[in-house]
Design a protein around this ligand. Structure first.
Ligand SMILES: *Cc1c(COP(=O)(O)O)cnc(C)c1O
Length: 227
């Protein structure tokens, strides 16, 4: 079985090759190591191999790991669904939140972001595949949500995030990611803003996401093994 360090090196290589292949700037795509359900030891192994961005889905589990891995050089990203009774601790303990899809949640995160910290970086999660059961705002409702969230002082809206439906092939994967990239461009023009983040691509489709402009890929399985 390969080690976390070896897996990480392989994922970094895939990212670098995709950047090259799709004419992206070398090093432009950031890697978030998604460590949900994995023990703190696995995160430490990744950190020792140079990994600095970690994505967690479950608040209590993440807080427990943050106690063990109490280091200033780690950047914590909350990527799971957000319940409104958890917003205070999320606002206090993370640098980024990727799954914001409701104004109410955004308002709470903004109000509860401690004043001594810089504004919380957020991505609005978009349901690009229009799945009934999926979280994420619809493309239709996205402009209104953005307009309401962009004025909140405790937040810095960095961009968009999506988890597209599992696709049959690379072309289908790319189509969903292209939809998100177009939405970002359109909103930047419409609101005269400069959102700079497309959080898209996971273990199985990071190349397709990078082809369409991902700036952050969120990779779990291919770094830490199956969950
Ligand atoms: C679990 C998870 C990932 C990582 O998925 P893998 O397929 O294991 O790479 C990425 N993003 C989100 C939001 C997740 O919940």
């Amino acid at each position: 079985m390969s080690t976390v360090a070896e897996n990480l090196a392989a994922v970094r290589k895939r990212i670098a090759e995709a950047e090259l292949k799709y004419q992206r700037r070398p090093g432009e795509v950031q890697l978030i190591a998604v460590s949900k359900t994995k023990p703190a030891e696995a995160l430490l192994e990744a950190r020792d191999a140079g990994q600095r961005l970690f994505g967690e889905n479950y608040l209590q589990e993440a807080l427990d790991k943050q106690v063990i891995i109490n280091r200033d050089d780690i950047e914590w990203h909350f990527i799971g669904p957000i319940q409104s009774n958890k917003t205070r601790q999320i606002a206090e303990s993370f640098a980024w939140v990727h799954g914001v899809d409701r104004e109410k949640i955004a308002r709470r995160l903004s109000e509860q972001r401690p004043a001594e910290l810089s504004p919380l970086n957020i991505c609005l999660q978009v349901n690009v595949s229009n799945e009934e059961s999926k979280s994420g705002v619809s493309l239709d409702d996205l402009p209104a949500l953005l307009a309401n969230v962009i004025v909140l002082p405790g937040l810095r809206v960095r961009g968009l995030m999506a988890i597209p439906q599992r696709a049959e092939n690379v072309d289908q994967q790319r189509a969903a990611f292209a939809t998100l990239a177009e939405a970002l461009q359109m909103l930047n023009q419409q609101y005269q803003i400069q959102m700079d983040t497309l959080s898209m691509g996971m273990s199985g489709d990071l190349e397709a996401a990078i082809a369409e402009g991902a700036t952050m890929v969120r990779v779990g399985t291919d770094i830490f093994g199956a969950r």
